[in-house]
Design a protein around this ligand. Structure first.
Ligand SMILES: Cc1cc2nc3c(=O)[nH]c(=O)nc-3n(C[C@H](O)[C@H](O)[C@H](O)COP(=O)(O)OP(=O)(O)OC[C@H]3O[C@@H](n4cnc5c(N)ncnc54)[C@H](O)[C@@H]3O)c2cc1C
Length: 444
């Protein structure tokens, strides 16, 4: 019977960086298991699973300042220590051939954008970032995968882990969906957003504590790229936070894709939208997510269940597809149709959608926040509040329940570690990679 020193479940950035980090410390036997395929066999439609993880066919935006979603791990590590690991993660991207430029650019335009936001009572969140692009990211993942294989990592692809083996409070291995038992001294689980719920169920079964985190619900906004040109040139990742008039809620732009495409994320009972750009930036449109934070306390603490039911309702209205609506139709209180959309000056980059009325699916407060938020945003992005602007729903940023761990990411089950988005510790490629490094260090 083979017994591995380390078993890593999930070959997204968290799992891959954990393997990399363990190997840096010692030559050892690691088994990396993923339910998806190896990178060379993975189709672009396999968005969420396979070697490289959910990030592989993403926009490839690398965020490099320890703020926003990176803060999810600040209960374990100081901002300063976190930033050091984040800088190190960036050097690994360089080592595997990423040479994209850095943003924001220290230009006069940057000063103007900061001042414009300030005088309009809008917060412009600045952070260092690079845009790799979907095509180049795949090349990076291939090099990374090959490095792991050459250095003794065994990759078991197309294999789903169903359960873990626990004896006397200590993990002993994993059980696959075909009921095969694989033994290992230390096990790391990094199943990503796709299987965050599975991780939570395991936590319930083995009495590992966790807390619910907030979620963000809203739409993806698509518009002519000239509207965001200044921000794209200077900042690349444009994060504006605006306070709405009626509810005084904060709505923010997020995951902006200059000259990008709107994409679908498929889950078990619903679909969500997202966005990505290729490095050639060929699209005439740009897009970003426009999101409202939902943080429930009582009697429903489970914000994820709430966001899921919103996503399910919108998907139901779309017959299993995302809804698209022009801002003009939403304001006018009527559903969009293909015929009406054909009069819009923005051609949708995602066609596999159903024209409809997003206000039938999203809660009133969120719809109002979006309408009011776009009006405010128009002050720093003139044209964004134009009638032709397209809205796609549902856009939901789930944040997984935060699993209780030590600083080295070990859970209350001895030798069982968790990292990445599923553990509620990250929400980005580089964030997941940082937690992979933390877990790798903890395990090795
Ligand atoms: C369309 C899209 C665009 C995005 N764009 C960006 C972006 O530009 N920049 C950015 O920073 N982030 C982006 N993200 C988010 C980013 O991809 C994730 O934050 C990141 O990949 C999380 O890494 P992870 O290692 O935690 O999990 P994942 O990358 O999700 O990897 C988890 C892996 O675990 C495997 N797995 C799950 N359960 C099991 C199981 N039971 N058994 C075996 N294997 C299992 C899955 O197959 C998957 O390969 C995007 C995400 C999507 C979907």
């Amino acid at each position: 019977m083979t017994k591995y020193n380390y078993i890593v479940v999930g070959a997204g950035p968290a799992g891959m960086f954990a393997c990399y980090e363990i190997l840096k410390k010692k030559k050892t036997k690691i088994l990396l298991i993923d339910m998806g395929k190896r990178i060379e066999k993975r189709k672009p439609s396999e968005v969420m699973m396979g070697i490289g993880g959910a990030g592989t066919y993403s926009d490839g935006k690398l965020t490099l300042t320890a703020n926003l979603s990176h803060e999810k791990a600040f209960h374990l590590i100081s901002k300063f220590e976190y930033q050091k690991i984040l800088d190190y993660v960036d050097t690994v991207f360089n080592d595997f051939g990423i040479d994209s430029e850095y943003y924001p650019k220290e230009t006069l335009q940057l000063k103007e954008l900061i001042a414009e936001a300030e005088v309009n009572d809008i917060e412009l969140v600045l952070r260092k970032a690079r845009h790799v692009g979907t095509d180049k990211l795949k090349m990076f993942v291939k090099k990374f995968q090959d490095y792991l294989l050459e250095n003794g990592v065994e990759i078991l692809d197309g294999t789903k882990v169903e359960d873990i083996i626990v004896e006397e409070g200590s993990v002993k291995g994993v059980i696959t969906s075909d009921e095969k038992k694989i033994y290992g001294k230390k096990v790391l689980l990094t199943p990503g957003r796709l299987n965050a719920r599975w991780l939570q169920k395991l936590a319930d079964r083995y009495d590992i504590k966790y807390i619910y985190d907030k979620v963000e619900v809203g739409v993806r906004v698509e518009f002519p790229s000239s509207i965001m040109k200044r921000q794209a040139e200077t900042l690349y990742e444009t994060v504006y936070r605006v306070r709405t008039k009626t509810y005084q809620d904060i709505v923010r732009t997020f995951c902006s894709c200059p000259n990008g495409l709107v994409a679908i994320e498929e889950y078990e009972n619903y679909v969500c939208v997202n966005g990505h750009s290729n490095s050639d930036h060929a699209s005439k449109n740009s897009n970003f997510a426009f999101l409202c934070e939902v943080n429930l306390k009582e009697p429903l603490e489970n914000s994820i269940a709430y966001a899921k039911s919103v996503a399910e309702l919108v998907s139901l209205l779309g017959g299993g597809k995302p809804l698209i609506q022009s801002l003009y139709d939403l304001r006018d209180g009527r559903r969009s149709t293909w015929s009406r959309l054909s009069k819009s000056f923005v051609e949708p980059s995602l066609k596999d959608v159903v024209p409809g009325d997003i206000s039938m699916g999203l809660p009133h407060r969120i719809v109002l926040n979006i309408l009011e938020g776009l009006e405010i945003l128009d002050k720093v992005m003139p044209g964004i509040n134009g009638g032709s602007t397209l809205l796609y729903a549902p856009e939901v940023k789930f944040r997984s329940s935060k699993i209780d761990t030590s600083k080295g990411l070990e859970t209350s089950i001895r030798n069982l570690y968790v990292a990445g988005d599923a553990a509620g510790l990250s929400g980005s490629i580089t964030g997941a990679a940082v937690t992979g490094v933390m877990a790798g260090e903890g395990m090795a």
